[in-house]
Design a protein around this ligand. Structure first.
Ligand SMILES: [Ca+2]
Ligand SMILES: [Ca+2]
Ligand SMILES: [Ca+2]
Length: 300
């Protein structure tokens, strides 16, 4: 058994404090070379120092733990803040990348728009050039039109003069043998009888057509060529449109000399015109069936 300095073994082997041993003063003085009172004072001081040291250790332990908790809590807070800042940084980085992508797209669109604008400007310039060319061509055509119009007027004036001269010459020319003259035309009454269509073909054969009566004077002349009560085909028909009478030269009927109650389209089949000789007056017209066989008058 380990023992303190101020302990000693008894006879039965038990340890005991030497200061508590029942010793005689001389014996005690031989065993304990120093004063017992000083020894106890030193022992008490030693214990006080031990207690103080323990308290100091406890204070240090508490302080250390406090600092650990403080730093731990601050470290946790720092980590949280760092994580928050990291998240914010990551979000800002992602947003920056997105903005860079958007900027790239906008830059491409801007380049494309610029290219389109350049193309349109080129097209506009080309169109302006074409427009200027067309404007010049239009002015040139207008000038040529004015010159042509003046030329046409001159030609028309010359043509009219020639026509008048020709008409005078024709009017002064005599008709062929057997033909009768009235105004600028020559007339002949057929000696044969046939239907309206064949009558017209017969006139064609001699360079004429069925007579076209344009005035009462001409009608009176025709009436004077006929025998008493004779009826002859003239160039009048409503074959193209029932009720609308036209001359064979395509002119409308402006002077009408229809007999009373004519044209009556008797039996719904009278589409050709004839002139009936009257002893008084200028004669008159009647609508007749085109297949009727009778004489005719040609005019050239
Ligand atoms: Ca005539
Ligand atoms: Ca008719
Ligand atoms: Ca009739």
């Amino acid at each position: 058994m380990e023992m303190d300095e101020d302990t000693s073994l008894t006879k039965d082997g038990l340890a005991m404090d030497v200061t508590d041993m029942p010793l005689q003063p001389a014996e005690r003085k031989r065993i304990l070379p120093f004063d017992l009172v000083d020894f106890r004072r030193i022992k008490l001081s030693y214990r006080c120092a031990t207690v103080c040291l323990g308290l100091l250790c406890a204070v240090l332990l508490v302080g250390t733990m406090g600092q650990f908790i403080y730093h731990a809590s601050h470290r946790t807070s720092d980590n949280t803040q760092r994580n928050r800042l990291q998240s914010t940084h990551d979000a800002l980085t992602a947003e920056r990348k997105q903005l860079e992508v958007t900027l790239s797209h906008l830059t491409k669109e801007k380049d494309q728009l610029q290219q389109t604008c350049n193309t349109l400007n080129m097209s506009k310039n080309d169109l302006q050039t074409i427009y200027n060319s067309l404007e010049n061509y239009k002015n040139k055509l207008h000038s040529e039109y004015i010159d042509l119009a003046r030329g046409c007027l001159e030609i028309a004036k010359e043509y009219k003069n020639k026509m008048v001269k020709t008409a005078v010459q024709i009017r002064s020319m005599p008709c062929q043998t057997g033909w009768r003259k009235f105004g600028d035309s020559c007339y002949i009454v057929s000696t044969v009888k046939t239907n309206w269509t064949s009558s017209r073909e017969a006139c064609f054969a001699v360079g004429a057509d069925l007579v076209v009566i344009n005035s009462r004077g001409e009608q009176a002349f025709v009436n004077g060529l006929l025998e008493s009560g004779q009826n002859v085909w003239i160039g009048l028909t409503d074959r193209l449109k029932e009720g609308t009478w036209m001359w064979v030269d395509g002119t409308p009927v402006t002077t009408t000399i229809w007999a009373d109650d004519q044209p009556n389209s008797y039996n719904g089949n009278q589409d050709c015109g004839e002139s009936v000789q009257r002893s008084s007056g200028v004669g008159d017209w009647n609508d007749e069936g085109c297949s009727a066989v009778q004489g005719f008058i040609c005019e050239q």
